[in-house]
Design a protein around this ligand. Structure first.
Ligand SMILES: [Zn+2]
Length: 207
């Protein structure tokens, strides 16, 4: 179901650290927590990752018309300490949009990998007034805009004591935050008609 694990920060294939028996190693980022991923989604495959996860698996609730979950990535074993849910659907002004939702413990670098930031954590972007807020499992979670390239929009905040990232393509997909977005933790309720879709472009970080 999952192919070779990748670096959570750049998406490159990992090797085993020279001289070590098990340490996953990125040629650019050194020792990292391997990120596993799958595009062959089924509800029981999602449940297998989320059931004992230490962090939420966020999806918009309700999903906008035409939107679906298109991929899943996770890091940390045996219980996931980072979960990425990739969603895609039509943009209101035409074309397609993609939304990657990340929950991760600090220091893993997953959200930064999708947002195009160099460090493992967002650093001092969380200061001053927030850009927007979402409701995560019923709790207000302020989000701050993260500086990134022209092709995407990225936001970070905190929910359940871990980072909450929303990264969107194209940049204009930030319209998703114009109205209050509500997020559901799939650990709480993985409903049987959660729409699943074909793979989309940005499931892997660093792209
Ligand atoms: Zn790397």
């Amino acid at each position: 179901m999952s192919v070779s694990p990748i670096c959570p920060r750049c998406g490159e294939r990992l090797v085993v650290r020279p001289g070590s028996t098990a340490q996953a190693w990125c040629h650019t980022h050194g020792a990292v927590t391997p990120l596993h991923y799958t595009t062959l989604l089924a509800h029981d495959a999602i449940a297998a990752v989320t059931t004992d996860a230490r962090v939420p698996a966020w999806v918009p609730d309700p999903m906008a018309a035409g939107w679906s979950v298109t991929g899943l990535a996770w890091g940390g074993e045996p219980s996931a300490r980072a979960i990425v849910v990739d969603c895609a659907g039509p943009a209101p002004l035409g074309g397609a949009a993609e939304l990657v939702l990340v929950a991760e413990e600090p220091g893993m670098g997953v959200g930064c990998g999708y947002a195009g930031l160099p460090g493992p954590d967002p650093g001092d972007v969380i200061s001053g007034p927030s850009f927007a807020d979402v409701k995560a499992a019923g709790q207000h979670a302020p989000l701050w805009a993260v500086p990134t390239d022209d092709g995407r929009a990225a936001f970070v905040g905190e929910a359940y004591g871990v980072w909450l990232w929303l990264v969107m393509w194209p940049a204009s997909a930030a319209w998703l935050l114009a109205e209050q977005l509500e997020l559901l933790d799939l650990r709480d309720r993985l409903y049987p008609d959660l729409p699943l879709g074909p793979p989309s472009e940005h499931l892997l970080p660093g792209r």
